[in-house]
Ligand binder design. Structure first.
Ligand SMILES: Nc1nc2c(c(=O)[nH]1)N[C@H]1C(S)=C(S)[C@@H](COP(=O)(O)O)O[C@H]1N2
Ligand SMILES: [Mo]
Length: 374
């Protein structure tokens, strides 16, 4: 693969793999910003980052639609209203190292810590509008049968540039997520009010709020309504939570792809101030059953929990920042301890206390944990 044509990357990230470029920010720095500035946005690539020509690059929409269409960046901006969404983007491998350390069992993959997440303002075209314009099956909503069929269809995305495991990158999501007016799926061309940078997908990337990063295809050139999921390697043989007993990779076809992120939280900062005060900060991410409504922390291994103050949350899809000031009992003097965090969502789901090991170390979402010393 040719890495010599790559544009410059942020030098504020810790490199986990240089070729292709994979890097994440320090998590304590990350939570200082409600909206993640570009230089702190992690980069996860299975391919070299290309500098594409946004004046000629086209995105094609076809498959089970009435009129296939192709648009340049200028076409999209001129023909559709701009839609903006604040949403957290997170890699399925976020916290992979935490899983490996806690389970004392090696996992396969880039050993990400807890910084492969960002929270950005994405802008572009509503994928729903784009599909309605192309005459996707949604135009038949209301007709019985058609509606049912629509529920079983998929929207496939592709970027035709050679990757580590296949000569293109692809993903798919259920069409129902796209046609849901509250699904908020975009073909984005802006991040934080500026055109996407090459690292993050210039000129176009898919934004799928609430879903794992692998479905947010960068440099996307092809969108297709299909009867079946994407056949791509990264949909079929990666980004799946294999059962713990699967330590040989022959389980792929039996396990569904990861779609929604799991309900999660992480302790990013713990500061001790003598004689007995702890300042704690972290983030939480929503799962499939709703936005985070509460984050709690425990200093006694999860026996008792207390509330924290939510300092940032914006809409349905953002991450949640939280902090707490904890007065420690005198018995903590001169001791080491652990602070744990757990998120609770608006439907009452609570982040799981523990989670089984899986081969690829994906979707790790057991309670957050960080050590402190008094
Ligand atoms: N074309 C393409 N799109 C891609 C990837 C890739 O390697 N190639 N990586 C995916 C994964 S696994 C993640 S987590 C996100 C990362 O997006 P970012 O690098 O902008 O943070 O992009 C997704 N889209
Ligand atoms: Mo990812």
């Amino acid at each position: 693969m040719d890495f010599s044509r790559e544009p410059a990357h942020s030098d504020q990230l810790q490199v986990r793999k240089a070729h292709p470029w994979n890097a994440e920010p320090d998590v304590a720095t990350l939570v200082e910003h409600p909206l993640t500035p570009e230089h702190l946005v992690y980069c996860r690539n299975h391919c070299p980052v290309e500098a594409l020509d946004g004046s000629t690059f086209k995105i094609t929409i076809d498959g089970l639609v009435q009129h296939a269409q192709a648009y340049t960046l200028a076409d999209l901006a001129a023909q559709f209203p701009k839609k903006e969404i604040v949403a957290a983007l997170q890699c399925a491998g976020n916290r992979r190292k935490t899983m490996q350390d806690r389970k004392h069992h090696d996992v396969e993959g880039v050993l990400w810590e807890e910084g492969t997440i960002c929270n950005c303002r994405w802008a572009g075209v509503s994928m729903r509008e784009l599909l309605l314009r192309a005459g996707a099956p949604a135009v038949a909503v209301g007709k019985k049968g058609e509606e049912q069929r629509m529920q079983s269809l998929h929207l496939c995305f592709a970027s035709h540039a050679p990757c580590e495991d296949e000569d293109w990158f692809g993903a798919s999501i259920p069409l129902a997520k796209v046609l849901d007016e509250e699904g908020d799926v975009l073909v984005a061309y802006e991040m934080n009010g500026r055109p996407l940078s090459p690292d993050h997908g210039y000129p176009f990337r898919v934004v799928v709020p609430g879903y794992t990063g692998a479905r947010w295809v960068k440099w996307v050139d092809h969108i297709s309504v299909a009867e079946r999921e994407s056949e791509n390697f990264y949909q079929q043989r990666d980004y799946k939570v294999l059962p713990t007993k699967a330590d040989k990779e022959d389980w792929w076809s039996k396990v569904p792809p990861i779609l929604a992120n799991p309900l999660n939280s992480v302790v990013a900062v713990v500061q001790f101030e003598p004689p007995r005060t702890l300042f704690v900060k972290g983030y939480a991410v929503r799962g499939p059953s709703g936005q985070v409504s509460r984050v709690e922390v425990s200093i006694d291994e999860g026996t008792t929990w207390r509330g924290t103050r939510i300092t940032y949350q914006e809409g349905r899809w953002s991450w949640t920042l939280w902090e707490a000031v904890i007065g420690l009992p005198e018995t903590y003097q001169g001791r080491e301890g652990k602070i744990r965090s757990r998120a609770i969502d608006e439907s009452g789901e609570t982040q799981q206390p523990d989670m089984d090991w899986n081969l690829r170390g994906v979707s790790y979402s057991a309670v957050g944990e960080k050590e402190f010393r008094t």
